[in-house]
Design a protein around this ligand. Structure first.
Ligand SMILES: [Mn+2]
Length: 379
């Protein structure tokens, strides 16, 4: 099997075209399609897909084939992500020694997402995976059958430099894109927490995915693209495949010569929508317990809520039991009370006796007022 290598390429984007940028589709094909629809994506636009097309979602193969199909048009540029690259390596190097571990990973993926990339590949070849041996027995057939798909992934660039923007899934180690050629695909695609870890100030804006943007804020839990106007970085990953509140983000750059202030975005998720019937003002001094600060001490367990102490902030607060992972760690949670106006549409993430946790314009928080369910519309 061909494998991805570090490829740093330059692309000239014609003036007068919109540039749409997304990342981390992670098998969420319907999110991706709806985001394109919402932005009225058409042949006159340039679309950039900044890696991590497969895994951690219900339809990896569908997402991959859709991206391949789009790339044939000439106005679509896709880049490799760390999960795309790692999945290929896993399949290619799989032996008896690690088949059991991989099988257990498949079981977890099925439980969380209803499917796994390998299950989809094997099923299309007529295999049902119900043991580690099934993976080994199907491997050669899968590699041969999906030669086109794997070759496509292996051919994807790692870094794409345009006149004013640079695209890479994880991040860069040197301001000058070509100076990153010594870095491996994994170094460039799996640069965790790039926006906070890098000390570089880039000449051109670097647009990245990979690290869910909610991890960059320990006060407000939010999933919209993050703009760092000092370092010149835009982080895009709305958390598809890793967060319950996830959304896919699609940047809309009006023109290659647009300023960063002119950039907007659309987002898509599949969380049920409600309409607020009452206004609510935002609370002050909120806390966001993120995956990076999940450690807690359980002080008192209650029926619906428990009283905890959050280790990083030292704060004590009540958290719904549904958000407790165990006695020492908590899932992503916020005590923030959203700013809401009557008539606002929100995505309802959680409901309990003390209100709902909702997402309004990408920001997560509590809403205590009355609401009604939005009627399903087919668009
Ligand atoms: Mn990634």
């Amino acid at each position: 099997m061909q494998r991805p290598i570090t490829r740093i390429i330059k692309k000239e984007i014609p003036v007068g075209k919109r540039i749409l940028v997304t990342s981390d589709i992670h098998g969420h094909l319907s999110f991706f399609e709806n985001a394109l629809k919402k932005a009225d994506f058409c042949e006159n636009d340039i679309l950039v897909i900044v890696g991590d097309i497969v895994e951690k979602g219900p339809n990896s193969l569908g997402a991959l084939r859709r991206v391949m199909n789009l790339c044939e048009r000439g106005n679509v540029i896709a880049l490799i992500g760390n999960v795309d690259a790692y999945r290929m390596e896993l399949i290619d190097t799989l032996t008896e020694a690690d088949a059991e571990e991989y099988f257990e990973y498949l079981l977890r993926l099925r439980k969380w997402y209803g499917s796994s990339f390998y299950d989809e590949l094997a099923n299309e070849c007529g295999f049902e995976i119900s043991s580690p041996a099934d993976i080994l027995n199907s491997k050669e057939t899968v590699i041969a059958h999906f030669e086109k798909e794997f070759s496509f992934l292996a051919s994807l660039p790692t870094v794409v430099e345009t006149q004013n923007f640079i695209f890479v899934h994880g991040g860069l180690y040197d301001k000058e894109p070509s100076a990153n050629a010594c870095r491996s695909v994994y170094e460039l695609t799996k640069y965790d927490s790039f926006l906070t870890r890098t000390e570089l100030v880039f000449d051109k804006y670097v647009v990245v995915g990979h690290w869910p943007v909610c991890l960059y804020n320990d006060r407000i839990q939010q999933l919209n693209p993050v703009f760092d106007k000092e370092k010149h970085i835009i982080a895009l990953d709305g958390g598809c495949g890793t967060k319950n509140e996830a959304q896919i983000n699609l940047l809309v750059i009006p023109d290659i010569n647009s300023t960063v202030e002119e950039i907007s975005h659309v987002s898509c998720d599949e969380i049920p929508k409600v309409i607020a019937l009452e206004a609510q003002s935002a609370s002050e001094d909120p806390l966001h317990i993120s995956w990076l600060s999940q450690k807690i001490e359980l002080l008192e367990r209650g029926e619906e809520f428990s009283y905890i102490r959050h280790e990083q902030s030292g704060r004590c607060l009540f958290v719904p039991n549904a958000y407790l992972r165990n006695e020492t760690s908590c899932n992503d949670y916020t005590d923030y009370e959203l700013f809401v106006e009557a008539g606002d549409e929100m995505a309802m993430v959680f409901e309990c006796s003390r209100g709902i946790i909702a997402k309004r314009n990408g920001v997560i928080g509590w809403y205590r007022g009355k609401f009604r369910y939005k009627k399903e519309t087919t668009t």
